[in-house]
Design a protein around this ligand. Structure first.
Ligand SMILES: [Zn+2]
Length: 261
């Protein structure tokens, strides 16, 4: 009997330590989980000491399911930089975000967290989430946004109109690239949570590459992408991006603002 009471007390103390308020046993006011900044879960992806597998949760409204080539390419790109020995998989949910009007970054954050199937860090699995909502961003030339450490959105209505003349690049090409680009921001590219030893961040577009052959090139998430990029749209990280990620993974480049570790 006595030992049971101690267990109960210990459990209560454990829960209360992570709570604000903690007034009364049935009015637990749980602190919201820290959402972090894009790049805040970079090491959680690059390293496998805690998170050995990864799930990309794709929440799309009816009619906005992405091309399967986009998810396939994203998984391939992530596998090439992140250490996930138990694999990276994709889960699709069809949802109704019940959102009117244009989207702000805060809308993406709020609706994303309402829909998340699980915490971004659950056991040994890391969850990143991609929203494909109906409608456009408040700046309708924006094709995609990364809003916190685990959440990005792609705006299909704007991507549909961003293909080039004569269908090159195609809508599918644009979607492929924008998806890798936004998730690249979750990997901290470029200079979001570190300072690269190489000068490859675009002076006029912070957080982006100045190399038009990198998927992190600034124009990739912009509606006039086909006016800025001639030839093939980049859909992969360049050597500077990859060297940054390798340096972050092995600790030779200092990183900040991490939710883990
Ligand atoms: Zn960007």
């Amino acid at each position: 009997m006595k030992s049971n009471q101690i267990v109960v007390l210990l459990v209560a103390a454990f829960f209360c330590s992570g709570l604000s308020g903690c007034i009364g046993s049935d009015s637990f006011d749980i602190l919201p989980e820290k959402k972090g900044v894009p790049g805040g879960l970079t090491l959680a992806c690059l390293r496998s000491s805690m998170y050995t597998s990864m799930v990309i949760e794709i929440d799309h409204e009816p009619g906005y399911r992405p091309f399967s080539s986009s998810a396939d390419m994203l998984v391939e790109r992530l596998n090439s930089v992140c250490d996930k020995p138990s694999g990276i998989s994709v889960e699709y949910n069809e949802v109704d975000f019940q959102h009117e009007g244009a989207w702000t970054a805060q809308d993406v954050r709020d609706k994303g967290w309402e829909q998340k199937d699980t915490s971004p860090r659950d056991g040994t699995t890391l969850y990143w989430q991609v929203l494909f909502p109906a409608g456009t961003y408040e700046t309708d030339s924006v094709l995609g946004v990364a809003v916190d450490a685990s959440t990005v959105a792609l705006f299909g209505d704007s991507i549909d109109e961003a293909d080039g003349p004569f269908g090159r690049p195609s809508v599918e090409d644009v979607e492929n690239s924008v998806l890798v680009h936004e998730v690249g921001h979750l990997l901290g590219l470029v200079n979001l949570v570190y300072q690269s030893p190489v000068d490859h961040e675009d002076d006029e577009h912070p957080g982006h590459s100045n190399n038009e052959d990198s998927v992190m090139y600034w124009a990739v998430e912009s509606a006039d992408v086909s006016n800025f990029i001639f030839g093939t749209l980049p859909n992969d990280f360049d050597n500077d991006d990859r060297n940054d990620l390798a340096g972050l993974a092995d600790g030779s480049i200092e990183i900040r603002d991490q939710l883990w570790p």
